[in-house]
Ligand binder design. Structure first.
Ligand SMILES: O[C@H]1[C@H](O)[C@@H](O)[C@H](O)[C@@H](O)[C@H]1O
Length: 620
């Protein structure tokens, strides 16, 4: 039965086909893709995402291999194909149909399978990049206080402090742009190893620094490592992670990140009265670098990268280790699908492919919306002012009368860590959108209170000195501390973590380019805020600075409400389908709800789906 379709299908990678063609493509995709050979040009048209406006589900257009298994205890209009994929009718208006993508096989592989130790090892070793991102951006706050006159024999000015802090962000900004491209050309693993070298060189230059400029150069080179790691780690994890826990595994990187910041503050506090303690603080960063470097010498790259380079045996090995006891046929099918995806960006050589990816990122509507969301979230994360509080918290707390500013900084970064942990448990259950819509208004409120408190405490910043009208410990000082902590909690539970889920917004073929731009946005924001914060405090006063951050968070809440669809539990192609003709916030919420119910049903009684991938199915 074929029903009239009211509007058109929108395709993702430049090829449009009608229902019967889609049927053919589905079949061809499975039978024509050669195993273990690099036949580039045949399959460029295989990948397509579509969103249809229709009144009923169009059952004729379903993949021939599809079997309809009714999910008795879920909703009525859902069907499952052989890979466990579902068709959905939302709102009697939008039908999202399963088409081939890299996740087809992941769904099969994940069926009835827990996470393998190999994936856990890979995730933890990769997340050391997150740790170094956190540690290296975190220690500077306490180091800036304890450096004293160790550089050039004079006290650092506010301008000097901003420069030293911003050098890392600038290095990270530059390297993140190239990291996405290099990861596709040279591999994820070499990029991680390169980031380790940058950390190493940068740390050695800083530890031995006796001049301001040597310190700046060391921080800048270390920034290269931070930028590369900040992009590659979530990308690597998302590529090796089973789909159903991809979100959580990515948050592990954020946990290491915020944990790294916490440890940096802890060590900073412990070493603050030690002569040259800041040098030890920098030196300690060598430990995780060396550990990650040594481990990665023995660990592989991602299967996707091996497929891109035609190293199919290696891909096969990694997949087998990742999905133990999975039949060869399934692994081979996964590789075949990755091959198909690999070919979907046209181009004779790597350079053409990369530039075409950037073009498609801007010209394909769903890609462009994904880009807006990914860059928008990263910008919101940075312009809400969190990092300036983190980087300069020691300085801020000293000025409001707390001699033990390091202890307060530990509480602030500890809050960041704990609420990132809470995010880990609820990101998939509560959903990204809902979490953001709780976090952003909370941040706005806390910043408003801080702004008012700063007004009453009467601080002004002039040149090198902060002048406080009411000196010493005051009630307003406590209000500031308490609400900076509340701000940290609302930040960490939502916007501190959600933007790093950026990989899920982009289809495989433009993921490197998309995440490169989003990560670069993060570091641009970081750079602007960290290099202007103290100047802002001087020029528009602390109340003005906090009011500015508050207004930014308020605007961000509105933008998120209207433009950020719920992506929790959605499959990758559904994300693109959602973004094809708008932001489809309402429809996404309904679909995410259905997905949640289904996941719960699957978890509760997996057998009730009456679906087991059998040998016979693969032989079809
Ligand atoms: O997600 C992280 C995290 O929130 C950190 O605390 C922050 O310093 C980073 O800038 C951000 O990207």
């Amino acid at each position: 039965m074929k029903d009239k379709e009211i509007s058109t299908s929108v395709q993702e990678v430049g090829t449009s086909y009608n229902d019967s063609q889609e049927l053919d493509n589905s079949n061809n995709n499975r039978s024509r893709i050669p195993m273990f050979q690099d036949d580039q040009n045949d399959y460029d048209d295989n990948i397509s995402y579509e969103i249809k406006n229709t009144n009923t589900v169009d059952s004729d257009s379903v993949d021939m291999h599809q079997r309809n298994f009714k999910a008795d205890n879920t909703t009525d209009s859902n069907t499952f194909d052989r890979s466990g994929k579902k068709s959905f009718e939302i709102n009697d208006r939008i039908v999202i149909k399963p088409v081939n993508d890299e996740d087809n096989t992941s769904v099969i592989i994940n069926f009835n399978q827990g996470i393998s130790p190999f994936i856990i090892i890979l995730t933890f070793v990769t997340s050391i990049s997150g740790f170094m991102f956190g540690y290296d951006t975190g220690y500077i706050s306490t180091a800036l206080i304890s450096i004293g006159t160790d550089l050039d024999h004079k006290e650092l000015t506010y301008g000097n402090k901003e420069f030293i802090t911003a050098a890392t962000s600038l290095g990270a900004l530059i390297s993140s742009i190239f990291a996405g491209i290099s990861a596709d050309i040279f591999g994820r693993k070499p990029c991680i190893l390169l980031s380790n070298l940058m950390f190493l060189i940068g740390a050695i230059i800083q530890v031995t620094a006796h001049t301001f400029w040597q310190m700046v150069v060391g921080r800048f080179i270390m920034g290269f490592g931070v930028g590369i790691g900040s992009l590659i780690a979530p990308l690597y994890i998302s590529e090796i992670a089973p789909k159903n826990i991809r979100g959580r595994l990515t948050v592990i990187n954020s946990l290491w990140l915020t944990g790294g910041q916490l440890i940096a503050y802890g060590c900073g506090a412990g070493l603050s009265h030690v002569n040259n303690g800041w040098r030890i603080l920098v030196g300690l960063s060598l430990i995780p670098t060396v550990i990650q470097f040594s481990c990665f010498l023995f660990l592989p790259d991602t299967p996707r990268f091996y497929v891109m380079k035609g190293q199919l045996e290696k891909a096969n090995k990694v997949l087998h280790k990742s999905y133990v006891d999975t039949p060869d046929e399934v692994i081979n099918e996964k590789i075949a699908e990755l091959q198909a995806l690999n070919h979907s960006i046209p181009g004779k050589n790597q350079f053409e492919k990369v530039s075409n990816a950037f073009i498609q990122l801007h010209t394909v509507p769903s890609n462009f919306r994904a880009l807006l969301i990914a860059c928008g979230l990263q910008a919101i994360q940075q312009f809400s002012g969190w990092n300036s509080l983190l980087y300069f918290s020691g300085t801020i707390f000293e000025t409001v009368g707390f001699s033990n500013s390091s202890a307060v900084s530990i509480i602030v970064s500890g809050t960041n860590f704990i609420f990132t942990l809470i995010n880990f448990f609820c990101i998939d259950k509560v959903g990204r959108r809902r979490i953001l819509l709780i976090g952003l208004p909370g941040m706005t409120g806390s910043l408003v209170v801080c702004s008012i408190a700063f007004h009453f405490i009467g601080i002004t910043f002039n040149g090198n000195d902060a002048q406080v009208v009411h000196t010493g410990f005051s009630a307003w000082g406590i209000v500031i501390i308490v609400f900076i902590i509340v701000f940290a909690a609302f930040y960490a539970i939502g916007i501190g973590t959600v933007p790093w889920q950026q990989s899920e917004l982009f289809p495989q073929n433009v993921r490197g380019a998309g995440t490169a731009l989003a990560t670069a946005t993060n570091w641009s924001g970081n750079l602007i805020i960290s290099s202007t914060f103290l100047t802002m405090l001087q020029n528009i006063s602390p109340p003005g600075t906090f009011a500015l951050f508050a207004s930014f968070s308020a605007v961000s809440t509105v933008l998120t409400y209207f433009c950020y669809p719920e992506l929790a539990g959605l499959e990758l192609e559904e994300v693109q389908a959602m973004l094809t003709d708008g932001f489809n916030v309402k429809a996404s919420e309904q679909l995410a709800k259905k997905r949640r119910q289904q996941n719960e049903a699957e978890n509760n009684d997996i057998n009730s789906l009456k679906f087991e991938p059998t040998q016979e199915m693969f032989e079809e």
